[in-house]
Design a protein around this ligand. Sequence first.
Ligand code: MN
Length: 204
Amino acid sequence: MNDHYKFENTPLPYAYDALEPYIDEKTMYLHHDKHLQSYVDNLNEALKPYPKLHNMSLTQLILNPRLIPVPVRTKVINNAGGVYNHRFFFDGMTNLKTEPSKKLLGAIDAAFGSFRGFQDEFINAAMSVFGSGYAWLTKNTNGMLKIITTANQNTPLTKNLIPLLTIDVWEHAYYLKHYNKRLDYIVDWSNVINWDVVNSLYVK
Ligand code: MN
């Protein structure tokens, strides 16, 4: 798989229906094969005329906007963010039973008082996103956990934070099953978090 031009839409790490009944098959199919595919295609289209950008990774593109020619800068940043965020979101879910590690739980207690405190703060953050965006669990360079939100396809990378977990709260992520009830979607999503991924990103 290329982590540079020409970007490809990597397959989901599970079947489209794997997250049923929490997240439905049709939503997963459309979200991955249509929405994410559009970000991949638009990113490739924007990069095509600029061979100097063809060896840059997603992260490099996101972190170095000044290297991107002005006519395509916004398009590249928005779509690179779209690809990065969606991959992160999809990789952070699983149908398998996973749990936060002792080490991660210790950090969660230190930052949020308790696991319940973390859950409450994360749900509040995800509910607070006005319009389209994401809520994230991140760590800073000192390893402290922090919950943040990002608008549209912005990423935590530009805030110098290391992402561990994200929920996509764009309506396309839940509208078919949960209609306008974002809270129901967030609660359902919490059943399919891949804590193995979060645990390993935390200690990285
Ligand atoms: Mn999305």
